[in-house]
Write a protein that binds this ligand. Structure first.
Ligand SMILES: NS(=O)(=O)c1ccc(C(=O)NCc2c(F)c(F)c(F)c(F)c2F)cc1
Ligand SMILES: [Zn+2]
Length: 275
């Protein structure tokens, strides 16, 4: 895809000019070779705890769409103009796995291709999946996501592969909201969505130290990539591909191929939570 335009910016091959981290020592995504991963019996099971009241909205951000969660306590984010909300009692949190401490879910989003032979960011033995889900969490030892994004242990992203198969009923609520956020900058309300319903039966994972996969490519992500994919049907994939990179009034450009290809491992260890 090289220099091919991705609306609102140029492709991954051009990022190094403005973001020198693009050629850094711990960039993401990577190609995962299961046979070269090291089983680590000290890795704990992932624990995800979800509070249904946490979902905030769904947004077309011009390079993907994301479902945002309430992840801060300041009143502005929870008070509506008239009715004050009770302070959220607890958040959607990730603990266990390769991380220590409590990480809070901020948003989830996807990456996908223009056809079923590409779209995922991580690859398995060089194989690309048509789509990949990212659940983005930040370490609550830091005051905010923005601060955490600058720290080497600041973020944890759970990656889930999607493979073509039967229609996935768990995706339907997300898909139904896409008509309202077709163009860049559009957002709509989205309530009571349990992100745990998007996870596969097994929480076996590979983990390695990496980065954000879009600029500013910050090297602050502990990646946790699940071994078991979830399914998505061709019709559901087509719905993702009907979104636009472009804003209202711009020449329309379909939101496809919003993935960064695998980056050099540079000596990093990939650990497996399973034999
Ligand atoms: N594909 S992925 O690796 O899962 C990924 C996850 C999150 C972001 C993100 O939040 N970007 C905007 C953003 C930043 F990149 C920051 F560095 C920051 F501090 C922000 F507050 C912020 F919103 C980018 C890529
Ligand atoms: Zn992502």
């Amino acid at each position: 895809r090289g220099e091919q335009r991705r609306a609102g910016g140029l492709g991954p091959d051009t990022w190094a000019a403005d973001f020198p981290l693009a050629n850094g020592p711990r960039q993401s995504p990577i190609n995962i070779i299961p046979k070269e991963a090291h089983y680590d019996p000290s890795l704990k099971a992932l624990k995800i705890r979800y509070d249904p009241s946490n979902t905030k909205g769904i947004l077309n951000n011009g390079h993907s769409f994301q479902v945002d969660f309430v992840d801060d306590t300041d009143s502005s984010s929870q008070q509506t103009s008239t009715v004050p909300h009770p302070v959220i009692l607890y958040y959607t949190t990730l603990t266990g796995g390769p991380i220590s401490g409590v990480y809070r879910l901020k948003q989830f989003h996807f990456h996908w291709g223009g056809s079923d032979n590409r779209g995922s960011e991580h690859t398995l033995n060089g194989i690309k999946f048509p789509c990949e889900l990212h659940l983005v969490h930040w370490n609550t030892k830091y005051p905010s996501f923005g601060e955490a994004a600058e720290k080497p242990d600041g973020l944890a992203v759970v990656g889930v592969f999607l493979k073509i198969g039967a229609a996935n009923p768990r995706l339907q609520k997300v898909l139904d909201a896409l008509d309202a956020i077709k163009t860049k900058g559009k957002q709509t309300t989205f309530a009571n969505f349990d992100p745990k319903t998007l996870l596969p039966g097994s929480l076996d994972y590979w983990t390695y130290e990496g980065s954000l996969t879009t600029p500013p490519l910050l090297e602050s992500v502990t990646w946790i990539v699940l071994k078991e994919p979830i399914s998505i049907s061709p019709a559901q994939m087509a719905k993702f591909r009907s979104l636009l990179f472009t804003g209202d009034g711009e020449a329309p450009c379909y939101m496809v191929d919003n993935y960064r290809p695998p980056q050099p491992l540079k000596g990093r260890l990939v650990r497996a939570s399973f034999k």
